[in-house]
Write a protein that binds this ligand. Structure first.
Ligand code: SIN
Length: 187
């Protein structure tokens, strides 16, 4: 699949006069909400883990030196915590451009802290997109992140801001915090 998903995402969901839709963010959408929203609540989704397995040559790296950003990988029994935003459907015009580097919108159940549930959308970069990099040792991921820089800023800022946001959400994400440790104490 091409890394540019704007057109595919535009065809994927019909909002048919709905006033608002829940969006679940688990990466930069947690710490960088550059879009209008009606409500924002910590939430979780089930069966997925966050991994720095997606390449970024448009935001946090370049074609010559891609950065690494997060996507979700299926893992039965896992919980991924993040931030849910209730947004007007027209906000997807902006989000589809922002998430165009390989991310497709999927429908998912969302679980809020008070036990309430809702259906929402989440952007996932699946392994068949051309920008997908896949697994690597966390030390090597940290090295790649330390050397990458793109139009949205340095790749290490993405990692550090995400780690900070996950601490605020009390999400003990061993993968993210492991990479953070290698970044702060390179061997
Ligand atoms: C997300 O944050 O939900 C998607 C990945 C990203 O934009 O970092």
């Amino acid at each position: 699949m091409s890394a540019n998903t704007i057109e595919i995402n535009r065809q994927r969901h019909r909002f048919d006069g709905r006033e608002s839709v829940w969006l679940f963010g688990y990466g930069s959408l947690i710490f960088k909400a550059d879009f209008p929203y009606l409500e924002r609540r910590p939430a979780a989704i089930e069966g997925w883990v966050r991994r720095f397995w997606q390449g970024s040559h448009d935001h946090r790296g370049t074609l010559e030196s891609p950065g690494r950003v997060v996507t979700l990988i299926e893992q039965p029994g896992a919980t991924c915590r993040g931030m849910a935003y209730r947004i007007s459907p027209d906000v997807f015009d902006h989000l589809d451009v922002r998430e165009k580097n390989g991310y497709l919108r999927f429908t998912t159940p969302l679980y809020f802290e008070n036990g309430e549930q809702a259906e929402g959308l989440v952007y996932i970069a699946t392994p068949d997109n051309t920008a997908f990099l896949g697994p690597a040792h966390e030390r090597d991921i940290a090295r790649q992140i330390a050397g990458a820089h793109g139009p949205s800023g340095p790749n290490d800022e993405y990692l550090l801001r995400l780690a900070e946001a996950l601490r605020e959400l009390a999400d003990d994400d061993a993968h993210v915090f492991g990479i953070e440790r290698y970044l702060q104490h390179p061997e």
